[in-house]
Structure formats: C-alpha cells, structure tokens
Design a protein around this ligand. Structure first.
Ligand SMILES: Nc1ncnc2c1ncn2[C@@H]1O[C@H](COP(=O)(O)OP(=O)(O)OP(=O)(O)O)[C@@H](O)[C@H]1O
Ligand SMILES: [Mg+2]
Length: 277
C-alpha cells in the first residue's frame, strides 16, 4: 500500500505491545534493569485503536492485513475477526447492540481458552453507524446502548483477555462518541493521496505501460483536486480508473497515457464523506 508507512510503523509497535505486553516488560528489564512504572501505565491502556479518515483511503484494507506482518515477525498465529456495523446494524432497535455484544463474547471466550498465546484482532468496521443511529433516532436510547456495549467489551478485554486488540474504522471521527474516542490507545488519520502518492500508485497500477514523465505529470494533475477541492481516492484509482481503462482498451487496443487520461475524466473522484448527501 502507498503512503501509509508512518501509520504502519507506529501501528506495528502499538499492536505488538498490546498483543504481547510481555515484550514491553522485557525491554524495560533489558535496558533499565527494572520494570518502569511507565510500562505499567502503558500496559493498562484500553486495547483500542481507531482508524479514521476519508473514504477509500485504506482503512479496512490495513485493518484486515496488518496482523500478517506481526504474525510473520514473531512467528505466531494472529486471528482476525471482522464485524461491520453499517452492513447489518440498520435493522431492528437493539440489533447493533446485540451484534457488538456477541462479537465481544465470542472473542472473549476464545481468548480465555487460547490465552495470550494466540492473539486476536477484532476489526469493527464502518463504526460511524453508531453515530448515524444517534442522528436518525435523535439520541434514541439504542445509541447509548450500542456505545455502552462497545465500552463494556473493551474494558472486559482489557481486564480479562490480554492478547486481544480492537481496531475501529470510521469515516467521521467527529461523530464518534467522545467516550469511545477518549479510550483509544491511538488514533490514526487516513487521507487521500497527494501528488507524489498518486504518481506512485499510477506507476504501480500501470506497470508495463510506457508513461513518460510528462504523461505522468499530466495524470497526476488530472487526478488531483483540479478545482474541485478534492482529488481521487486510492480506491477511485485502484478500483475504478484501472478497470475502466483496461475495459476501454480491451480487446484490441493497448493501454496508453491518453486512454488513461480519458478514463480518469469519466471516473470523477468520490466526494468526501461530509459532502455526500
Ligand atoms: N494506501 C493505499 N495504497 C494502495 N491501495 C489502496 C490504498 N488505500 C486503499 N487502497 C485500495 O483502495 C480500495 C479500498 O480501500 P479500503 O476499502 O481499505 O478503504 P477504506 O478507507 O476502508 O474506505 P471506506 O471509508 O469507504 O470504508 C482497496 O482496493 C485498496 O486496495
Ligand atoms: Mg472501509
């Protein structure tokens, strides 16, 4: 993935220490000859990380894949469980609360039996559904119930199940309940690609197609804000422009810079979340 190195570096450490708290104690003993009080404080942070930011910027993809790097580095098996709130939580009152409760129960049960030998990452995706329900129901009690179920689950994990990390993804960090936000050990902000990142992703996507430096500059400009105030997201480029271009070329034309440029014009960038109806 492009442009996420700063997130990945910090995330790797955060996740590693939440999933394997003994590593922090070992470090302290090694370099300070004692377990610093700071280590204790760090170890008792709620095991919650928030991924926030614009649509199509890699939150879900990173949440579901970063465990791989940890698993490989420590030669351990890391399990990833996924719960999407937007997809299913729109039904009857109480459904979202039940979904959250069940997800935590399952993870807690497994963690109690497997212990911290097999870390688990619980990805709660599309978490702004929690906030949307608040708006739709005008602070209906259901919203508080969902938030409370989440907070209860996170505290239970913190006290009873070391080795479990909760990652929440949301488009609208401002709409997330402050009680949840305050508990997060870390919050990562995801943004649309800048010029250099769009150049990198376009080059990677169209590897094998001859793009001169000026072709690339032109494409970078076309996929940038271009007077609109927002440019293409990663997913606009990876999912839409790429497909449109290949389909336009197939079956008997080659992909060229000009063809990519034409297709960029037919695939305008997704508006930022706040600008959507
Ligand atoms: N930084 C990136 N580098 C390369 N590809 C990316 C990057 N971010 C996203 N993509 C691609 O864009 C697509 C959508 O990404 P993803 O679903 O992770 O975005 P998201 O932030 O979860 O979006 P949403 O807010 O709409 O849920 C994926 O196919 C992914 O491969
Ligand atoms: Mg997503």
């Amino acid at each position: 993935m492009v442009g996420l190195d700063h997130v990945k570096t910090r995330l790797a450490k955060e996740a590693e220490l939440i999933l394997q708290p003994h590593l922090l104690r070992e470090w302290s003993l090694r370099v300070h000859k004692t377990v610093l009080p700071a280590v204790d404080r760090l170890t008792h942070r709620p095991p919650l990380i928030i991924f926030a930011g614009d649509v199509g910027t890699g939150k879900t993809t990173l949440a579901e894949t970063f465990a791989d790097a940890i698993a490989r580095r420590h030669r351990i098996d890391v399990r990833v469980k996924r719960l999407s709130l937007r997809a299913r939580g729109t039904g009857a009152v109480g459904e979202m609360t039940r979904l959250i409760g069940t997800a935590f129960d399952v993870v807690l049960d497994e963690a109690r039996t497997a212990g911290s030998t097999r870390p688990t990452i619980l990805v709660i995706d599309e978490a702004d559904a929690l906030a949307q329900s608040r708006e739709a129901n005008q602070m209906h009690h259901e919203d508080r119930a969902g938030v409370n179920a989440l907070i209860r689950g996170i505290s239970q994990i913190a006290t009873e199940a070391p080795g479990v990390l909760v990652v929440m993804c949301t488009n609208r960090i401002g709409a997330l309940d402050p009680a949840i936000r305050r508990r997060a050990a870390a919050e990562f902000d995801f943004v649309r690609p800048d010029d250099a990142q769009r150049a990198a992703i376009l080059t990677a996507l169209f590897e094998g197609v001859h793009l001169s430096p000026s072709d690339l500059d032109h494409l970078v400009e076309l996929t940038g804000p271009d007077g609109r105030g927002y440019g293409h997201t990663y997913s606009d480029l990876v999912d839409r422009v790429l497909a449109a271009t290949c389909l336009a070329a197939y079956p008997d034309r080659p992909v060229t810079a000009q063809l990519i440029a034409e297709q960029v014009r037919t695939c305008p960038p997704t508006p930022p979340f706040t600008a959507q109806p």
